[in-house]
Every structure is written in structure tokens, then in C-alpha cells.
Design a protein around this ligand. Structure first.
Ligand code: SAM
Length: 272
């Protein structure tokens, strides 16, 4: 299966759907016949402006139905318990409040609804040198109702984002003597620091860094702590620079023992 087929595996084409942050790369486009509405924190013209110099096809950018500005997705859409599916490809790592995002999605979904996630593997993208995200900040950001990325998170991102051999995403194959370069410079970081402190400016950055098993562990822990109510129903290992997880309110598979996931996480942490 290719990435689109994996993400769409549990999606009913004429069911009611939401794609969050579809941007220039929608998985379930309106023009392909999907019964879909788009949530993004930017409107269509701002997305075109943002991506016009990125070498991507801006003609794929869809009309944004709901422009998110920090409210709950149920308040934003006027819906609860309504949608059959939600797709979020390369979005959860951008959220300021991961738990809030998952709960927002859960509230939009009906009892059988699914949330299909594509997630960049931090080992194979510009987050390569950053540590995986721990539960501490994930929980604290939720309890603090974090609406913009904190100065610390933005600085961590700006100073540590790197390209490898000129690319911001790659795969697990090893190259001889790879050339890593910092994507941003100190001046970018200082400017961001000032803009956040003085103007509360929103920077769209990767708040969270994930690898596959570590993400399963985080999701399982959040569920067991009753901070979320979504169960993992399917997941893949990394393909290229991303992996895929599908969640649902209905439990279909047993949980993996925590210590076994921890052992796997340790292997994963040293496997690049
Ligand atoms: C990296 S792009 C992903 C684009 C596309 N889905 C893909 O897989 O290539 C992230 C998108 O999510 C949007 N976004 C980021 N954080 C968001 C949030 N909390 N709620 C809604 N949209 C968000 C951004 O504006 C952007 O369109």
C-alpha cells in the first residue's frame, strides 16, 4: 500500500469527513469526490502565500471551511459526535496542545469514527538532532491550555532544525559522510524570541518530535491516564520519513505491555 492508501484505509468516501491541515497536499480532496471539510489555522489565500515559494503545487490548496483560532473544534464546526473520519497528515507534531487536539478530534467523531494520522519520524527529518518529546511537556501544555508555541519551544526548533545533504526529509538508508546543516541561524532565533515575548506571535513549528513506538507508548499512556479516549486500532512502522497511526473510540486490539514498549523505544532511539 502507498501512503495515501494507508491513510485512507478506514475512510468511507461518502462518509462525513474532516481533513485538518490538508494544505497543498490533501489526502481526500473535494475534487476527488470526498465528502470533506477542511480545518486549518490559515485561510486559503494565506496558505497560498505561505507555500508559494516552497516548490509545491499550490493549485492543490483547498478552500478552508473552518479557520481555527484556538477554540474547540466542536465550537468551530458546530458539531459533536458527527463525523465518520478525520485525517491529519503531518499536523499533530505542529499542535501546541496535543491532548487538546486529540480530544477535539474525538468530540467531532461519531461512535464508530476514526482519526487517521500520518506523522513524520523525527529520525529522518529536520528534527533529527532533537530528543523525542516526553509526557511532561505534553501534559503540562495541555494543563496550561497552550495556544501558541512557547518561546522555549520555538527556540529549540529554530536552533536544532537541520537538513541532511540539502534535504529536510530523508529515509532510513545510510549515506556516506552525510552533510548536516542548520536550517535557521541565530538571528532567526533571536528575532523569534523577541516577537514571542513582545507580541505573542504565533510561529508554526514542530512542537513535538516522534518516533513510531514512542508515539504508541505516549498514546497508550495518555489513554490509561484518562487524558484521551482514543484507542490505537492500527499502526505501521516508518515508511520513508513517516509512519501512520489510526485511532478510534472503540477498542479493537489489546494493549502492549508498557515495559515491552519501553524496550522497543530504547532500540528505536539508537537505530539511526
Ligand atoms: C506541514 S503542513 C501538512 C500539509 C499536508 N497535510 C501534508 O501532509 O503535507 C501542516 C498544516 O497544518 C496546519 N496546521 C498546523 N497546526 C494546526 C492546528 N493546530 N490546527 C489546524 N491546522 C493546523 C498548517 O497551516 C498546515 O496547513
Amino acid at each position: 500500500m502507498n501512503r495515501k492508501e494507508i491513510i485512507l484505509k478506514h475512510v468511507i468516501k461518502n462518509g462525513r469527513g474532516i481533513e485538518v491541515g490538508s494544505s497543498h497536499n490533501p489526502i481526500a480532496p473535494k475534487k476527488a469526490g470526498y465528502n470533506v471539510q477542511i480545518i486549518d489555522h490559515l485561510d486559503k489565500s494565506s496558505l497560498i502565500d505561505k507555500y508559494k515559494d516552497h516548490g509545491v503545487n499550490i493549485a492543490n490548496i483547498e478552500d478552508v471551511d473552518f479557520i481555527w483560532n484556538g477554540e474547540s473544534y466542536s465550537d468551530l464546526t458546530g458539531r459533536t459526535n458527527f463525523y465518520d473520519w478525520i485525517i491529519a497528515s503531518h499536523v499533530i507534531e505542529h499542535t501546541t496542545d496535543l491532548i487538546g487536539f486529540l480530544n477535539d478530534c474525538s468530540n467531532l467523531l461519531n461512535e464508530n469514527g476514526i482519526l487517521s494520522l500520518a506523522i513524520p519520524d523525527k529520525r529522518y527529518c529536520f528534527d533529527h538532532f532533537r530528543p523525542v518529546s516526553g509526557l511532561s511537556r505534553i501534559i503540562d501544555n495541555h494543563l496550561n491550555n497552550q495556544k501558541i508555541h512557547s518561546a522555549g519551544a520555538v527556540i529549540e526548533y529554530f536552533l536544532n532544525a537541520t537538513s541532511k545533504d540539502g534535504k529536510i526529509a530523508w529515509n532510513s538508508s545510510t549515506t556516506v559522510n552525510p552533510q548536516f546543516s542548520c536550517v535557521h541561524n541565530l538571528d532567526d532565533a533571536k528575532q523569534a524570541l523577541n516577537n514571542i515575548i513582545n507580541n505573542q506571535q504565533f510561529y508554526d513549528i514542530h512542537e513535538w518530535c516522534f518516533t513510531p513506538t514512542h508515539t504508541l507508548l505516549i498514546l497508550q499512556d495518555l489513554l490509561n491516564l484518562e487524558l484521551i479516549n482514543l484507542h490505537i486500532i492500527e499502526h505501521t512502522p516508518t515508511i520513508g520519513h513517516e509512519f501512520f497511526i489510526t485511532l478510534s473510540k472503540i477498542k479493537t486490539t489489546p494493549q502492549v505491555e508498557r515495559h515491552n514498549l519501553l524496550k522497543q523505544c530504547k532500540k528505536e532511539a539508537w537505530s539511526f
